[in-house]
Design a binder for this molecule. Sequence first.
Ligand code: AVI
Length: 389
Amino acid sequence: MTTATPVSLNEAVLHEALSGLTATPQKTLSPWLFYDERGSDLFEQITDLPEYYLTRTERALFATHADDILREFLTPGAPANHAFSSPDTFTIAELGAGSATKTGLLLAAATRLQPNLLYQPIDVSASALEAAESLAANLPGLHIRPQVANYVTEPYQLQHPASSARSNGNGHQPGAPGPDSRTWDLQDAPGAPSSTTVSSSPKVGSSDLSRPLPNTRSRVLALYIGSSIGNFSPDEATAILRRLRSHLQPGDALLLGADLAPSAHKPVSTILAAYDDAAGVTAAFNLNILARLNRDLDADFNLDAFAHRARWNPADSRIEMHLESLIPQTVHIAGRRISFAQFETIHTENSYKFSDEALHHLLTRSGFTPTRTFHDPTRSFALTLAHTH
Ligand code: AVI
C-alpha cells in the first residue's frame, strides 16, 4: 500500500516511479499512477467496453436488487416482498465514490424509503465528487456531503446524524429524516412509484415534531463497490476494511462489490478479455502510466517499445497487468538511468478475483459478518452485504 508522505503530487509520482522502477527482481509501478486526467478518462471508456463485464453486471445487480439490499440492511433475514419496519433512520456513505453513477440506483430506492437521505461520498478526485453532487438535483430529498480524501492513506469521517437533530416540521435536517419509527411496505403500496412507499408510524403531528426525539443515531450503510477491493493485496484489503469498520457501529453495514473467480460459467478467457479488449483501450490505459511519467517527470519512455500484457495468475487468483519491454533499452527519469532487458516487465496492477470463501474470510477477519450476497445469473460478480460484529 502506498503510504508515501507526498509533499506534492509530482514528488509522490517521482518517489513512486524511482522506487518501483529500481525494485528487484520485479519492476513495479503503483496503480494509483493510472488515474491522471487522461487515465481516468480511459478508465471511464473501459467501463463501457463489451468485454469489461464488471461495471454493467454490478449496475444490473443494483437495478434488480436495490430494494432487497436496503431491506436486508435494515431488517436482516426479513423475507422478500414482505412489509417490514425499522425504528432506525439511515445514511449512505461510499468509499471511492467517483461520479457515483451506479450508486444512483441505490440512492433512488433509498430516497423512496426515506425521503430525506444523507449521502456521504468520499473520493480522491474533487471533480468526480462534483459530478456526484449533480445526483442531488435529480433526487429530491437527497443531501450530499462530499469529502475529498484518499481513503487508503488519509483520514476520513463518517457522520451518524442523530434522529433528534432533525428539524421542527418545516423541513428536515440532512441525514436526520423523519419520525423515530417507520414502516416500509415494499409490496402493496397502491400507486407508489416502483411499488415502494413510505409511511410513518406512530402518527406524528407537527407539534410533536418540535419535541426532541430520543437520541437515536442514524445507521450507516457503507458502500465499497466496483471491485476496487480487488486492486489491493489481501493484507491491504483487510487494512482498508478494518479502518472502515472502525468508523462503524453496531447495526451499521458494508455493501462490498467484488469480481468473482473463474467458474464453469465464467472461464478464465472471459476475465482475460476484460483486461485485454479488442479495441485496445485497456492497453492504452496501461501504457498511459508511462506517458504520465513522460508528462509529469519529463521521462523519455518510448511507448512503442513497450507492450500491454494481461496474465491470469491462478495461484493468487488475480489478473496481473504488466508492460513488457520489447527490446533492450535504457530510459531516463529525473537524471536516473533505468535499464530494461528484452521481455522484462513492469508490473502495474493486480486485480483479485474472489471465491465466495475468500470473500467470507476477508469480511470476517475485517470485523464484518456477511449476511447476504447478491449474484448475477452467471455468478460473475457479487454484492455482499455484511453487518458489523
Ligand atoms: C478500478 N478497478 C476495479 C479496475 C479493475 O478491474 O481492476 C481497474 C482496471 N484495470 C484494468 N481495467 C480496469
